[in-house]
Design a protein around this ligand. Structure first.
Ligand SMILES: C[S@@+](CC[C@H](N)C(=O)[O-])C[C@H]1O[C@@H](n2cnc3c(N)ncnc32)[C@H](O)[C@@H]1O
Length: 468
């Protein structure tokens, strides 16, 4: 460390206990009296280590202790400022009419190829054009998705205001921007992205739009080769596990990079294969980690062995303008209107921790509640059970509302079927994905067609949502 840097640091360490650290003042105390802008740059570079947040007036103050608890009411739209930054990048690379003519066709073809490769589970290479295509199609939905997961951690006071984050396979930055916008301005973040492909160029551009207390570094390396230095409060694998040769081994290695009270968040597309793949990684790690959410193991020692396809659905976003432009400009006969619009927010996720914390610290009484692992012996009786709601309404047409549920012990699918809604059982339909519900007086039936248990909720049943 240079003498000047050390001098700025020691002055900041002293001053932070006395008054806001002002670069204009600090420069007076440093030998050679560097320009305040030089001091400001050094303070910014050292801010995380010194625990200092920069305020709007340009002074630095100690970050507040404790956890953040942002008010979160969902995500309605991808912010205009980021949409503008992406548009600028597209204009730079492809000209003002990037969405039209041959250039637009190239981008449309790129997105088609990406979608097809994901569908067929083929490997994807993110060269410059693929990265831009990916950004157009997937920045908004994963920007939103990550925030719903962070909200669960925030609600449980498990996101420290001074936060070290490692985003593995960060791509073009949807989750990074989502994290940034979810956190309050006075959170102090050291954000590290591991991203080996050309997507890192898009990521760096978009990170330029983040706030002064979001200190970002992009490591252009593969997750397998990267050496995570120090401990992270949040390790994020967003839509990347399915692209790794050995996702279980890589995720296991990154568990070692977690702070004792840190969270490893896995996110995956809602599609069957990627969703089940995420669940397999989750299950492979439970010898070392506890599932915080959503698939909480409610019964001590039990583990699920069902297929595990479960995903969360949140309200659609407003159509992002860049998707609309690309879609509207398509002229080829194969084009289905809406093909390049992706405003759905549907995703699978798993939050793992090594400190044993679970979103629901609930131990069912075995004398009172039926365990899904033993459902066979309860058919065709009325029973009480505890379960996590693991889907939106899966019924089609005018069939009875149907929700996937789990208690962490199941070896086959269980569905709660609402055949008669009353005020006493209405919580089944209104509970959110991942919520714990107590179901009383439900009829356990085997559904041979589906190879699943149906838990019939009718006028004799009650359902109560249990707060986390
Ligand atoms: C589907 S994208 C997801 C990007 C971003 N996390 C998101 O949710 O939007 C997958 C990303 O993982 C990156 N990736 C693939 N293999 C990787 C590896 N071995 N190590 C690190 N990143 C990898 C790709 O370059 C790509 O940017």
């Amino acid at each position: 460390m240079t003498d000047r840097r050390e001098a700025v640091r020691s002055n900041a360490k002293y001053l932070r206990n006395v008054r806001p650290v002002d670069p204009e003042e600090v420069c007076e105390y440093v030998e050679g009296q560097p320009h305040p802008a030089v001091v400001r740059r050094i303070l910014r570079e050292e801010a995380f280590d010194l625990g200092l947040v920069e305020r709007e007036d340009g002074t630095f103050v100690p970050v507040a202790d404790g956890a953040v608890r942002p008010t979160f009411r969902g995500v309605e739209a991808f912010p205009e400022s980021y949409a503008g930054a992406l548009d600028d990048l597209l204009v730079e690379r492809y000209g003002a009419d990037w969405h039209a003519g041959e250039r637009g066709d190239e981008l449309r073809e790129t997105i088609r190829r990406l979608k097809d490769a994901y569908y067929r589970q083929h490997p994807v290479e993110y060269d410059e054009r693929a990265a831009l295509g990916y950004a157009i199609y997937h920045l908004p939905d994963y920007y939103a998705a990550v925030q719903y997961v962070l909200a669960e951690l925030g609600e449980a006071d498990l996101l420290p205001r001074k936060l070290r984050v490692l985003d593995v396979g960060a791509g073009t930055g949807g989750p990074a921007l989502g994290l940034h916008d979810f956190l309050p301005d006075d959170a102090l973040v050291e954000y590290h992205a591991v991203e080996p492909s050309d997507a890192a160029d898009v990521l760096e551009r978009l990170l330029d739009g983040t706030g002064r207390n979001f200190h970002a570094t992009v490591h252009r390396e593969r997750a397998e080769a990267f050496d995570p230095d120090g401990e992270f409060d949040l390790v994020l694998f967003a839509n990347v596990l399915s692209e790794l040769d050995d996702p279980e081994a890589v995720a296991r290695r990154y568990l070692d990079a977690l702070a004792d009270d840190g969270s490893l968040v896995g996110l995956a597309p809602a599609d069957r294969n990627t969703s089940i793949g995420l669940r397999e990684v989750e299950r492979s790690l439970t010898d070392r980690a506890t599932v915080f959410s959503p698939t909480v193991r409610l019964w001590p020692g039990a583990e699920p062995s069902d297929e595990g396809w479960s995903f969360r659905v949140e309200p659609d976003l407003a159509t992002p303008p860049f998707q609309r432009r690309l879609d509207d400009a398509a002229t080829d006969p194969e084009h289905d209107p809406g093909e390049f619009v992706n405003a759905d927010v549907q995703f699978s996720y798993a939050v793992l921790r090594t400190d044993g914390e679970r979103r629901y610290d609930f131990a069912p009484d075995p004398d009172r509640f039926a365990k899904m692992a033993e459902m066979e012996r309860h058919v065709p009786n009325r029973i009480d059970l505890v379960a996590i709601k693991l889907s939106h309404d899966l019924s089609e047409g005018d069939a009875n509302p149907l929700f996937r549920v789990g208690d962490g012990s199941e070896s086959v699918d269980h569905y709660a079927v609402l055949t008669r809604e009353t005020t006493l059982n209405a919580d089944l339909a209104t509970a959110d994905y991942g919520d714990l519900v107590i179901l009383e007086g439900v009829l356990a039936l085997w559904n041979d067609d589906e190879g699943a248990y149906n838990l019939v909720v009718d006028e004799e049943s009650t359902v109560d949502r249990v707060p986390p």
